[in-house]
Write a protein that binds this ligand. Structure first.
Ligand code: IPM
Ligand code: MG
Length: 367
């Protein structure tokens, strides 16, 4: 089976971190005989500059055909004044929606070498390894009606939180399946105390559990308390299952626990395609960081670890994914640091490309 990849570097630091991923992909081709057929295209502001839209129909069609999409980052101040429908973020949301990538996996892992970068005490975060499963294609992000309407002589901003049973059911299954391969625990978070969608969420998750995954430990928590518990004692969690908006918030909280946003990958998975592989897109959790774009300062690790997730979830190469993750861990353990990882002890940061060099050297050493 060929392995096809569509790379969308996007805006800001996207292209420079993606350049390092290209080198990793080449390494797998030459050193592990693991070949990828790669095409590259535009998304976000870069696509707007070229086509007047944040994602062209041709790019959307390509994304539907490949085994995996790898996305860098979108957005930048240059596009802030654009009409809502043309903003770079709309390109990303269109990919998620049209590929129906309903399960967004956001691991928050604390690398031991970086535990002191967390705003929390070392013993609270060291060894932390949680996985947030965020519903990604429904809820208030996409619910209708929406808009800014006129009512009683004033404007009203309107969005709708909406979940069908089927939408809750399928993402719950993703969370339980993942939990079985990890710590075997799922904590589901909603606001069943104030929202009907939360009541239904809780009922459906419980039903999926009782019928199909009784062996997995399931608990429920209100999402606000979940945020608090994440900051108090995050190691109580294994898999956190939550909706689109709460997942957006909680995954940023979880990300910060680990000390650096520049380190965290994500996978967005949909239903299996004809070849058995899931529809998939992989992207770093960080944004386009326009303030440092083009300076060779950005940390490529989140993007590289996103490719590791692609190896694991799209290409069934779990051992090679682990090899890449271990290479990153080794480099961090050796004290190699990009500018975002410079602590109080100081030192000289390496460039984006030097971080890539170090990871490639660690990969070579792993053979
Ligand atoms: C994320 C981001 C996106 C979201 C934005 C860029 C649309 O914050 O992936 O978490 O809100 O989902
Ligand atoms: Mg977010």
């Amino acid at each position: 089976m060929t392995n096809t990849l569509l790379i969308l570097p996007g805006d800001g630091i996207g292209p420079e971190v993606m350049a390092e991923v290209h080198r990793i992909i080449d390494w797998y081709g030459t050193k592990r005989d693991l070949k990828f057929e790669v095409t590259e295209d535009l998304v976000g502001g870069a696509a707007y500059d070229a086509h007047g839209k944040p994602l062209s129909d041709a790019t959307m069609a390509k994304a539907q055909e490949v085994d995996a999409v790898l996305l860098g980052a979108v957005g930048g101040p240059k596009y802030d004044t654009l009409d809502f429908s043309l903003k770079p973020e709309r390109g990303l949301l269109r990919l998620r929606k049209e590929m129906d990538l309903f399960a967004n996996l956001r691991p928050a892992q604390c690398f031991d070498a970086l535990a002191d970068f967390s705003s929390l005490k070392r013993d609270v975060v060291s060894g932390l390894d949680i996985m947030i499963v965020r519903e990604l294609t429904s809820g208030i992000y996409f619910g209708e009606p929406r808009g800014i309407i006129e009512e009683g002589g004033q404007r009203v901003g309107l969005n709708t939180q909406r979940y069908t049973e089927a939408e809750i059911d399928r993402v719950a299954r993703s969370a339980f399946e993942l939990a079985r391969k990890r710590g075997n625990k799922v904590c589901s978070m909603e606001k069943a105390n104030v929202m009907e969608s939360g009541i239904l969420w809780r009922e459906v998750v419980q039903k999926v559990h009782d019928e199909s995954y009784p062996d997995v430990e399931l608990s429920h928590m209100y999402a606000d308390a979940g945020g608090m518990q994440l900051c108090r004692w995050p190691k109580q969690f294994d898999v956190i299952l939550t909706d689109n908006l709460f997942g957006d918030l909680l995954s940023d909280v979880a990300a910060m626990l680990t000390g650096s946003l520049g380190m965290l990958p994500s996978a967005s998975l949909g239903a299996p395609m004809e070849n058995g592989r899931p529809k998939a897109m992989y992207e770093p959790v960080h944004g386009s960081a326009p303030d440092i774009a083009g300076q060779g300062k950005a940390n490529p690790i989140a993007c590289i670890l996103s490719f590791a997730m692609a190896l694991r979830y799209s290409f069934d190469e779990g051992a090679e994914a682990t090899r890449l993750e271990k290479a990153v861990e080794k480099v961090l353990g050796d004290g190699v640091r990009t500018a975002d990882l410079m602590g109080a002890e100081g030192g000289t940061p390496v460039s984006t490309a030097q971080m890539g060099d170090a990871i490639l050297a660690a990969l070579d050493a792993s053979l």
